[in-house]
Design a protein around this ligand. Sequence first.
Ligand code: SF4
Ligand code: SF4
Length: 350
Amino acid sequence: MRAAFVKQVARECGFALAGIARAVPAAEAAYFHDWVDAGFAGAMGYLTDHRAGVRDDPRHLLPSARSVLCVAKLYNTPPAASADTIPAGHGWVSRYAWGEDYHEVIRRDLEQVVERLRAASPEPFEARICVDTAPLLERAYAQAAGLGWIAKNTCLINEDIGSWVFLGEVLLSLDLDSDVPPPDRCGTCTRCIDACPTQAIVPTGRVPEWALDARRCISYFTIELRGNIPDEHRGGMGNHIFGCDVCQDVCPWNRRAPVTADAAFAPTHFAPPLEELGVLPPEEFRARFRHSPVTRARYRGFLRNVAIAMGNSGEARFREPLERLASSDDPVVARHAHWALGRILEEQTA
Ligand code: SF4
Ligand code: SF4
């Protein structure tokens, strides 16, 4: 089977970009281990445990793999808003979580790709679909497959469509011609580094020059971190209640980013009012976010984030819901609500 045909099928199945990388250890594998060893992964056990070694070679996931089909799907939808432009008292949900859970959408579309390849292939072949959760250095393979470059903000950026894309891969036992990585086009730009509210993009003193220290990143705090968010970073979190898009919002390569017409990514959870979220009982949280990536924060983490955003608003109207959260049986929620009440008091007495 020819690589061009495989990529064409992927595009016909709804992927904006498709490319082929060889199923061999990625050049970035050593850097990944250094990053983990430096502690930058924080408490994300799935990056630091035995799965860290699995990431070294895609053949740990599919021994017969010869090629990696890498795809990218657009998720950018209107409105062209950012955390700075939403009304006061609303919470910022990262753009990627406005619609349905992308894992399900990407997997469904990749299954269709594999089905069509099987129907067209004269020979049987093995395939394994990977979507984010598989231990694979997906940005490294996407870069090797020519989809874009790994930028200073650590996102994969494509010169034509920017970085509002989900990545997915299919490991294939087929031997396909591979693509070549594009040049790094960050140049001397430092917009993402300068704009990061918590200074999470840190210098490394080596190549690559910048690394993301998850222990300072709002996305990590609001999505991945269970328990206490360090005091010193709560103020910098502003109105973010799930994820953070600042380093992508300011990137010049996203200025003309195309939008998707895929109904799955329609903005269902765009900037919800904090007032509503602060009183959500657990069952309503589950029902409201059932098919959304927001469930990853879990109920207690989500209320914790909402409490911080209420505190950062400085608005007196949030005192009452925060007092209720401060009397929660959950110590994490109660602790962050107390902090938020103190923040509002400071603001009111300033
Ligand atoms: S996601 Fe937000 S906090 Fe994290 S590096 Fe980007 S701008 Fe900084
Ligand atoms: S903002 Fe500038 S430095 Fe950051 S990722 Fe975009 S182009 Fe690269």
